[in-house]
Design a protein around this ligand. Structure first.
Ligand SMILES: Nc1ncnc2c1ncn2[C@@H]1O[C@H](COP(=O)(O)OP(=O)(O)O)[C@@H](O)[C@H]1O
Ligand SMILES: [Mg+2]
Length: 248
């Protein structure tokens, strides 16, 4: 179980005034469930993920994993305890190949699993395994490599930050299938997907709406969907044109 208790975070810009971007977040994530975090841009979703991963430190509040307080642990200590995060905007690693990165994510991974993970995200291993994760890859390709690393980790807590962003429609459908088969009803996994995508929301057990640094709504798809339907459809049209309007 992952628990966020009364988290607050204030950031200080060089010139601007102090800004409280996380304002009293209390959340409990249980094993075996897939959670969606959604809500307006700038609402605080990525900041929550970064607080869980240890990239950001809260101003106050605590984070617990399976009863152990991890608030003071650094990123690698949290990774070691089984937390994995796929960035919304993944960094590039010039000089490292895709194979290198996946092997760093999952030391000792065999070739079959490595190639399978690449195919899961729509990257043909023959074409991509030895590609450098530098400027030669497109934004969508880097995004898929990032997702592949988290899939390969098979961590206890997997957080995906807008996996749909920059990824073409065909891959999104495939990705939803992979997320479903790997994480849905998986008793060993806590899965958190930050998303605006209606179809990804459709496979989640619980939806958390974050805005203005706070949890604004939380519940099952059926409970929360009426509250967010208009915003999600608007965002989908922005990203995909008029192509997709599904009912959950
Ligand atoms: N390191 C930072 N320094 C200053 N402001 C930040 C920083 N990170 C995020 N913010 C601000 O915090 C708010 C929440 O951002 P974010 O968590 O990225 O939202 P979301 O992922 O929901 O779009 C935004 O107003 C953003 O500009
Ligand atoms: Mg974000």
């Amino acid at each position: 179980m992952l628990e966020l208790k009364n988290l607050y975070m204030t950031v200080y810009d060089e010139n601007g005034p102090a800004k409280e971007i996380i304002r009293g977040i209390n959340l409990v994530f249980e094993k075996g469930k897939v959670y969606a975090i959604t809500g307006p841009n700038g609402g605080g979703k990525t900041s929550i993920a970064k607080l869980v991963m240890g990239i950001f430190s809260p101003t106050s509040g605590e984070i617990y994993l399976n009863g152990e307080e991890i608030t003071q642990l650094n990123i690698s200590e949290r990774a070691h305890r089984g937390i994995s995060y796929a960035f919304q905007q993944p960094p590039r690693f010039k000089g490292l190949t895709i194979e290198d990165l996946i092997k760093i994510a999952r030391p000792g991974i065999d070739q079959l699993a490595l190639r399978g993970t690449m195919r899961d995200v729509g990257l043909c291993p023959e074409d991509y395994l030895f590609r450098d994760v530098g400027p030669g890859l497109s934004g969508g390709e880097v995004k898929r490599v990032e997702i592949a690393q988290v899939l390969a980790r098979e961590a206890e807590v997997s957080i995906f930050d807008e996996p749909e962003a920059g990824v073409d429609l065909w891959t999104i459908q495939k990705l939803i299938g992979i997320l479903y088969s790997k994480f849905k009803n998986n008793p060993n996994a806590i899965t958190i997907i930050i998303t605006h995508n209606e179809n990804i929301l459709g496979i989640c057990d619980e939806i958390i709406v974050v805005g203005n640094g706070m949890v604004q709504a939380q519940g099952t798809r059926e409970e929360v969907w009426p509250l967010i339907k208009d915003d999600v459809e608007c965002k989908m049209k922005e990203q995909c044109g008029e192509l997709l309007t599904y009912e959950i």
